[in-house]
Design a protein around this ligand. Structure first.
Ligand code: GDP
Ligand code: IMO
Ligand code: MG
Length: 429
């Protein structure tokens, strides 16, 4: 009986939320371990749609939700998300939601710095979500972050904020943006502290107890391997590590607790924000994928860039992410195409390559090499068994497995929770 860790294998929005919600019925605890409210996970349960950014998707199943130390938390965003989902009937209280008391906080100055820097980058912008994620992680590593536990010792905030403001105000002033006063930030934190502090606890200890008691833990990744700060398309990445190994360090458990790593991959590829995307389509096929897949960012509403499935990237993401099995999502979006294509390599400066270079300049020059396969006209939308799939769709899945060198163990055929086909139960591995 294993724990399970879910990670994205492309550039995010693969459908991690839907799969985590589905798997959560088999788990006791669901843990977020990196990222912040840059994530947007959409769950469809009957006529209810839940859009979660910071809260672990397991809360929708009534499971314990945990925000681990590897997450960066905007307390205002957290409280407004709690209010929003509570209005939808979910029970969120300090019994059902545990937040690590050592999480770094995202403050309004992080949002201001994120946005001012993006504006200054002009054409070279990263296309961040503008939520202060990068600056908050920078402050953590620079050892000047305000952490959740600091709110319980307000007398220490004075000098901590001096250091933080020195850094951010210097930067903001240099970029011609408005600066912050200490009093503004103190008032902001004093207002939020009484509501957010009750959720603070020693997450590592509670997870340790849960583990000893034999409870099953599901780790919910945000973003994806190609957005990982080390392994992704740097600098067009997010500011955290997104690979499965981080489930351990980002929640305070040993690496043995990560368990089965389920990589989520869309049956095609999308990306929000800037950066290289070799299999991107600029024609009506790309437009059709976007329309059929309803590819608009959950967080920012930006249209997602669309392209064919890139097997080179998913193979690489599976390797560095430690993936044991793939959940292939949104297969139904490919219904009705004459042909479907898979990117099997790239042409770089006249040479065929089947690996992904690290240099952003080389990444930008990659030209995709596609393999074409017959499409299928039958619908797979809502299919709940392998036997319901057309032969051409099965061939497509089998070819993907071959190319990415990893088995497809789960299939998703609509946004709805139960439109899911299980081939191999990750908790039983
Ligand atoms: P996440 O960030 O990885 O959790 O993914 P998002 O929730 O941001 O984006 C995935 C979108 O696709 C959401 O709107 C889901 O409701 C939807 N979705 C998930 N799985 C499927 C599927 O198999 N078919 C279709 N048509 N939509 C899906
Ligand atoms: P989920 O969990 C897709 C992208 C942004 C931008 C880059 C850096 O829903 O899959 P950041 O604000 O993190 O500094 O932005 O990362 N990005 C995502 N793209 N899905 C996400 O999360 C993302 N989180 C960040 O668009 O390109
Ligand atoms: Mg998303």
């Amino acid at each position: 009986m294993s724990n399970v860790t879910v990670i994205g294998t492309q550039w995010g929005d693969e459908g991690k939320g839907k799969i985590v919600d589905w798997l959560a019925s088999r788990a006791d605890i669901v843990v977020r371990f990196q990222g912040g409210h840059n994530a947007g996970h959409t769950l469809v349960v009957g006529d209810q749609v839940y859009k979660l950014s910071l809260l672990p998707s397991g809360l929708v199943r009534g499971k314990t939700g945990v925000i681990g130390n590897g997450v960066v938390v905007d307390p205002e965003a957290l409280l407004s998300e709690i209010d929003r989902v509570s209005a939808q009937g979910l029970v969120v209280n300090p019994e059902t939601l545990w937040v690590a008391d050592n999480v770094p906080l995202i403050l309004p100055l992080h949002v201001a710095t994120d946005r001012a820097r993006e504006a200054a980058r002009g054409d070279r912008k990263i296309g961040t979500t503008g939520r202060g994620i990068g600056p908050a992680y920078e402050d953590k590593v620079a050892r000047r972050a305000i952490r959740l536990c600091d709110l319980a010792e307000p007398e220490t905030l004075d000098w901590k904020l001096d250091e933080l403001l020195l850094h951010h105000n210097t930067l903001l002033a240099g970029l011609g943006a408005a600066t912050f006063t200490k009093q503004e930030i103190l008032d902001h934190l004093a207002r939020l502290a009484p509501r957010v502090l009750p959720y603070a606890c020693s997450v590592w200890e509670r997870l340790d107890e849960a583990r000893r008691a034999g409870r099953r833990i599901l780790f919910e990744g945000a973003q994806a391997v190609m957005l990982d700060v080390d392994h992704g398309t740097y600098p067009f990445v997010t500011s955290s590590n997104t690979v499965a190994a981080v489930a351990a360090s980002g929640s305070g458990v040993g690496p043995g607790s990560v368990g089965f790593v389920l990589g989520i991959a869309k049956a095609y590829t999308t990306r929000v924000g800037e950066g290289p995307f070799p299999s991107e389509l600029f024609d009506d096929v790309g437009q059709k994928l976007g329309e059929r897949g309803r590819e608009f960012g959950t967080v920012t509403g930006r249209p997602r860039r669309c392209g064919w499935f890139d097997a080179v990237l998913v193979r690489r993401a599976s390797r560095v992410g430690g993936v044991n099995g793939i959940a292939l999502t949104k297969l139904d979006v490919l219904d009705g195409f004459e042909e479907v294509k898979i990117c099997i390599g790239y042409e770089l400066d006249g040479q065929m390559i089947t690996s992904f270079p690290s240099s952003p300049a080389a990444q930008a020059r990659l030209k995709p090499v596609f393999e074409s396969m017959p499409g299928w006209q039958e619908t797979t939308f809502g299919a709940r068994s392998w036997a319901d799939l057309p032969a051409a769709a099965i061939k497509y899945i089998r070819r993907i497995e071959e190319l990415i060198e990893a088995p497809v163990t789960l299939l998703s055929t609509s946004p709805e929770r139960d439109d899911t086909i299980l081939m191999r139960d990750p908790f039983e591995d």
